[in-house]
Design a protein around this ligand. Structure first.
Ligand code: ATP
Length: 234
């Protein structure tokens, strides 16, 4: 579905991603792990069209998307849940969810889609009239995921979904991600909390200094001595 080949990308004259190749196939859960500043978020931004690649290729179903604008990439079925949730705090949960269904293809089906999404996330249904900013961090993350699902994505990308959340809430967030996966949505997750993500990942990529240092089935990477030492301190 998604393929990066020798991707080079960064900000202005700065190159952050030197050479990133990876693929995500339909039905997979793929994760990119790595330390601070490795280039994980930059990879997601390039996929979404928020930054233009400096070199290499990004293709979706074989089509080069390097020159497409972000809304065109959303139209191909690719949606990102950004780091820090980025909800509109002074709008209600319902209004935030509506914005997730804004693209033309999704707009026509908002009522049905809302019902499908609320069936997946019953906790969100209970909060529909509340201002998004008044929710707890964990609830806000649920709303951010539900908003992403409103676009009915084929590929949902998560940027650090557990960041800043208490351990119990992190567990709930990963249960929600499991729900998304079970609903048939393909998932690409960027995380520093590597234990859970690698356990569920069909394939993981370890990003170091803008390059893919290692890749393989998630559980296998989790057993790798280098990964254990560098990311788990054992
Ligand atoms: P983290 O987990 O800390 O978010 P990351 O792997 O997601 O790390 P990126 O956010 O992709 O890392 O950042 C990679 C590098 O790009 C960092 O050195 C960062 O300072 C730089 N960078 C990120 N955003 C910008 C920007 N808008 N302008 C310039 N440099 C940036």
């Amino acid at each position: 579905m998604l393929r990066l080949e020798g991707l080079r990308a960064g900000y202005g004259p700065v190159t952050v991603l030197q050479d990133v190749s990876l693929e995500v196939n339909a039905g997979e859960v793929v994760t990119i792990v790595g330390g601070n500043g490795a280039g994980k978020t930059t990879t997601l931004r390039a996929i979404c069209g928020l930054i233009r690649p400096q070199g290499g290729r990004i293709t979706v179903d074989g089509r080069d998307t390097s020159r497409l604008a972000p809304p065109e990439i959303v139209d191909l079925g690719i949606t990102m849940i950004p780091e820090g949730r980025q909800l509109f705090p002074f709008m209600t949960v319902r209004e935030n969810l509506m914005l997730g269904g804004f693209k033309p293809a999704a707009r026509a089906r908002i009522p049905e889609r809302l019902e499908e999404v609320l069936t997946l996330f019953p906790r969100v249904r209970e909060r529909m009239t509340q201002l998004a900013g008044s929710l707890s961090g964990g609830e806000q993350q649920m709303v951010a995921i539900a908003r992403g699902m409103m676009a009915n994505p084929r590929l949902l990308m998560f940027d650090e979904p557990s960041l800043g959340l208490a351990p119990l809430i992190v567990k709930q967030v990963f249960q929600i991600i499991d729900t998304v996966v079970a609903s048939g949505t393909t998932v690409l997750i960027v995380e520093q909390n590597i234990v859970h993500t690698l356990q569920i990942a069909t394939r993981g990529y370890v990003l170091e200094n803008g390059r893919v240092a290692m890749s393989g089935p998630g559980p296998e990477l989790l057993r790798d001595p280098h990964v254990k030492k560098a990311y788990l301190g054992v």
